[in-house]
Design a protein around this ligand. Structure first.
Ligand code: PGA
Length: 303
């Protein structure tokens, strides 16, 4: 059967309006052009599709059949168009990710690998502490969030994708640096640097210290991981940090991990989004990429 999609579109309009004139108006065609296309369609199918009784147009039985088929064809084409639109979305889409400041030590690497596969995708990467992450989730500002410990009370989908060991660090010159085993009570007299209020690392540190019955002497508060590392290097005190933030300092031996009893404390990194959120094609692709490829791309420093 030799018919065109254009003829089907015209047929569909005439069948819907049961009027050649209205179909012509809708499609911005002349009425003879519409009649001509329908005539050709009737030649192609070999059966009459409309009949004219008085001044009214009716669908023949064959016309009703064709109307059913043309509806299915139109729906399928619309579906295909949507698929292509989504594919274009992955090609040129944009992603909003919010990550914990501690996760920012490896997320750019993952993003770079993802971008190699999808070079036209762009990202807005917001880096903040745990309190900021919870706000971003609550206000639905981020497509995806990467964090240490998903909060309770929000309706979230959280999937763990990599271990996140937390360790106690010191400068190499510290007296405990060479000890093969540091009992917890030895930390009792030590000064500790701690992150700002709202940091997940800080609340973990407070919890761990409370559980183990430790009260750090003269805790010094500093905002941000970089400030903490500089402070520890300068000999201001010890600190508890995720090993992911320490790759360079450990390699350069500017900082050391103490062999403290009960450490490392093992947590996990999570990729999180609000349940019910419709992830865009790009967000879904990056989400799947993180779950599948992180192990290959990010090395967890052994401590
Ligand atoms: P933060 O990140 O210490 O920068 O808040 C860690 C986390 O999400 O737990």
């Amino acid at each position: 059967m030799n018919l065109t999609f254009r003829q089907l579109t015209i047929f569909e309009a005439v069948a819907r309006h049961l009027s050649f004139t209205k179909a012509a108006e809708e499609l911005h065609l002349t009425q003879p052009a519409v009649s001509m296309q329908i005539k050709q369609l009737e030649q192609a199918t070999g059966v009459p599709l409309f009949e004219l009784l008085g001044k009214r147009v009716y669908l023949t039985e064959a016309g009703q059949e064709l109307q059913r088929y043309s509806r299915s064809i139109t729906l399928l084409l619309a579906e295909a168009e949507q698929v292509f639109e989504e594919m274009r979305g992955l090609k040129r889409g944009r992603l909003n990710i919010t990550v914990a400041s501690t996760a920012n030590y490896f997320v750019p690497r993952l993003w770079a690998a993802f971008r190699k596969r999808h070079p036209d995708v762009s990202v807005s990467l917001d880096v903040t502490n745990r309190a900021g992450l919870i706000r971003a989730l609550g206000e639905n500002q981020a497509d995806l969030v990467i964090m240490g410990m998903p909060p309770e009370g929000l309706d979230l989908v959280a999937e763990g994708f990599m271990p996140n060991p937390l360790v106690v660090i010191a400068p190499p010159s510290h007296p405990l640096a060479t000890a093969t085993q540091v009992p917890l009570e030895w930390l009792q007299g030590e000064a500790f640097l701690m992150r700002e209020q709202g940091s997940g690392t800080r609340s973990l540190m407070e919890r761990v210290f409370a559980e183990k019955g430790l009260t750090p002497t003269t805790p010094i508060e500093m905002s941000g991981t970089e400030a903490i590392k500089q402070g520890v290097e300068a000999g201001l005190g010890l600190a508890l940090l995720s090993v992911h933030t320490l790759e360079m300092e450990l390699a350069l031996k500017r900082l050391v991990v103490l062999n403290v009893e009960g450490f490392p404390v093992l947590r996990e990194w999570y990729i999180v989004h609000r349940s019910g959120k419709r992830l865009s094609t790009v967000a879904q692709a990056f989400h799947d990429f993180i779950l599948k490829e992180t192990e290959e791309l990010v090395h967890v420093p052994q401590v």
